[in-house]
Design a protein. Structure first.
Length: 283
């Protein structure tokens, strides 16, 4: 094995000597003998120089890339900060717009019922397990809300009543709940009844008006309003309209299915009636 490697080394050495001799001969024939050593060295070093230049260029390119990455990261951070600032401005704009719209709605409602005191509030929570549309508002006892206060939509339709008043928030029982009860009247026929919720119609966003006579004169499209009886709800607050009439199984009374003036699950802004006159108008 050692002889084998020795022979290979000898062959390589002979090859190098032959190459050098040939280069020297070529240089002598072309009168470049004095520069032959430099040319030989240059010939041998050229591949090494190219390799070194390649390594340097690669290193420079890699350094440029890292520098560019730092610049991109810095730009991304700046853009992120600018985006956050814009989002905050949009949120502030939305808040101011909502408050402005609420103020306009409040003025319109107060013009129709100047004898009532209203407190504007926003819906801030809904219980997903609450099938009757109850919700929470952002006003409480600190703002003058109390249990039993009527709650109307921005279009002045009755949507519920305060059942729990905390310091800064309150829970509203909606007109769709079977626990809700309000004395009402068919506006056109002046027939009295009780507005309440029903498990049969709550899923469709409807409530019912009970205790109508069997031969009621009410028809689809008639408006239903509060009477103020019992001094729980103010009088003349719109509730909704009759959608259909359903005779009771006993045949003695009729129930009217009522479509509330505003869809309870879409209400986002409400007004709490905190004060009102106890004088009930003649029916």
């Amino acid at each position: 094995m050692k002889d084998f490697f020795s022979r290979i080394k000898a062959k390589v050495l002979v090859g190098v000597l032959v190459l050098l001799a040939a280069m020297m001969a070529y240089a002598g024939a072309n009168n470049r003998l004095t520069t032959a050593p430099q040319e030989v060295i240059g010939l041998l070093l050229t591949p090494l120089q190219r390799a070194a230049a390649g390594v340097k260029n690669s290193a420079d390119s890699l350094a440029d890339r890292y520098t560019r990455i730092d610049e991109i990261l810095e730009e991304n951070e700046q853009l992120r900060e600018e985006n956050n600032a814009l989002e905050q401005k949009l949120l502030e704009y939305d808040r101011l717009k909502a408050e402005n719209d609420a103020f306009k709605s409040l003025m319109e409602i107060e013009e129709t019922k100047p004898e009532y005191s209203y407190l504007q509030a926003f819906v801030i929570g809904r219980d997903g397990l609450e099938q009757f549309g109850g919700f929470t508002i952002d006003k409480g006892t600190m703002q003058g809300v109390k249990t039993g206060d009527a709650v109307v939509s921005e279009n002045n339709y009755l949507v519920g009543v305060i059942v729990e008043a905390n310091l800064t928030s309150s829970k509203v029982l909606s007109v769709l709940s079977p626990s809700f009860n309000a004395a009402g009247v068919i506006s056109r026929t002046r027939e009295n009844g009780i507005l309440t919720g029903s498990t049969d119609y709550a899923f469709d966003g409807k409530c019912i008006f009970t205790n109508l006579s069997r031969d009621t004169l009410a028809t689809s499209g008639d408006a239903v309003i509060t009477t103020g009886l019992g001094e729980v709800y103010p009088p003349d607050i719109a509730i909704g309209t009759v959608e259909e009439l359903v005779p009771e199984a006993s045949g003695k009374t009729t129930t009217a299915v009522i479509a509330p003036g505003d869809e309870i699950d879409k209400v986002r802004q409400v007004f709490v009636i905190t004060e009102w006159s106890n004088t009930v108008p003649e029916q």
